[in-house]
Design a protein around this ligand. Structure first.
Ligand code: AMP
Ligand code: MN
Ligand code: MN
Length: 319
């Protein structure tokens, strides 16, 4: 295998097969796909008798914590492993504070579906709707037997990255895989309930606050709302509970861009953008972020109104 060339599913399976210990790295601010992929891969590799760890620089969200295996995701990296795998990461920086551990390792593999940098020695990058679909194929190539638990974690990524099979990244392969995972006993109802329905009273009040302050720009082509540190502390919430808010913003008829800005720490904002027939990735890239064409994010520091003004101005170049 030559360097910086695409690593096929079979080659990735061989690499994993030949390593006796594997460290898996999820991306910072983890979602269902990065965690579902890591845990699915861990369960499969453990069936083969390998030593496996999963690291993520951030805490698990309350939704992810509803899935028992997330207990084994560590915020620190310790030890030495034969193979280091970045999962659902388009760039090295997505590994966050653990990026240096990864970049200082020699045997590295990326498994990703964003089509980003080839930052590892081996790069298994496919243009799928979710990273879990690549992991699913790798596990099949490893010859591991599926069970209900493994199927549930792969379904977690497939379901969340496709917006419960509703985004425009969905194709027949997604439904085919869902059908197979269903046969293996994946807990489809639990994934849907935890990620798309369950809420708390405080979260619902936060949503009400965010909805009440939506601003409209460019004749109703762009809508934006925000959550401050003060809102979160008043309701006893942390920023990880704000992830669903942006969907309400982009749902408004006529919207091409929907934005939710969340102040993570004073004057430090995590920006979530969604597009309809519009590349929000291009807007986020201007701020050093990225993601998918229709779902992207970035981080911006500054005073709230200045941050809003910058986003509105940059969006205005292309809207
Ligand atoms: P979010 O709005 O946090 O759900 O993020 C939407 C998508 O954007 C995610 O699936 C990530 O792929 C990507 N993303 C979010 N934040 C960043 C960032 N700071 N840099 C690069 N990609 C990001
Ligand atoms: Mn992800
Ligand atoms: Mn993903």
């Amino acid at each position: 295998m030559s360097l910086k060339q695409k690593t096929t599913i079979e080659q990735a399976a061989k690499l994993l097969q030949s390593a006796s210990s594997v460290a898996l790295f999820a991306h910072t601010n983890p979602d269902g796909d990065t965690i579902g992929s890591c845990i699915g891969l861990k369960l499969a590799l453990e069936q083969l008798g390998k030593k496996v760890c999963i690291c993520c620089d951030s805490e698990m969200t309350s939704r992810l914590k509803a899935f028992e295996q997330t207990e084994f995701v560590s915020q620190q990296f310790v030890g030495k492993y034969e193979l280091y795998v970045a999962v659902d990461c388009s760039e090295l920086s997505r590994i966050g504070e653990l990026s240096s551990v990864f970049s200082n390792s020699r045997e590295t593999l990326t498994i990703d579906h964003h089509g980003g940098d080839y930052f590892s020695k081996y790069n298994s990058i496919y243009n799928y709707a979710s990273c879990c679909q690549i992991v699913f194929e790798i596990i099949k190539a490893l010859g591991v037997e599926f069970n209900a638990e493994l199927a549930t974690y792969l379904y977690l990524g497939l379901c969340t990255d496709t917006g419960n099979f509703a985004h425009n990244n969905v194709d027949s392969n997604c439904f085919y895989m869902a059908g197979e995972l269903c046969k293996f006993g994946a807990d489809i109802e639990k994934v849907y309930r935890v990620f798309f329905r369950d809420t708390t009273f405080a979260e619902t009040k936060l949503l009400a606050k965010a909805l009440s302050r939506i601003r409209s720009y460019y004749d109703g082509k762009m809508f934006l709302t925000y959550i401050t540190v003060a809102d979160l502390s008043e309701l006893g919430l942390d920023h990880t509970t704000t992830s669903g808010i942006v969907s309400y913003v982009i749902d408004i008829a006529g919207a091409k861009i929907g934005v939710c800005i969340c102040e993570v720490t004073p004057n430090h904002f995590k920006v979530s953008m969604r597009g309809k027939d519009f590349s929000v990735r291009d807007v986020c890239k201007e701020f050093g972020g990225g993601g998918h064409v229709l779902a992207s994010g970035c981080r911006i520091d500054g005073f709230l109104e200045d941050v809003i003004e910058k986003i509105v101005r940059v969006a205005g170049y292309t809207i």
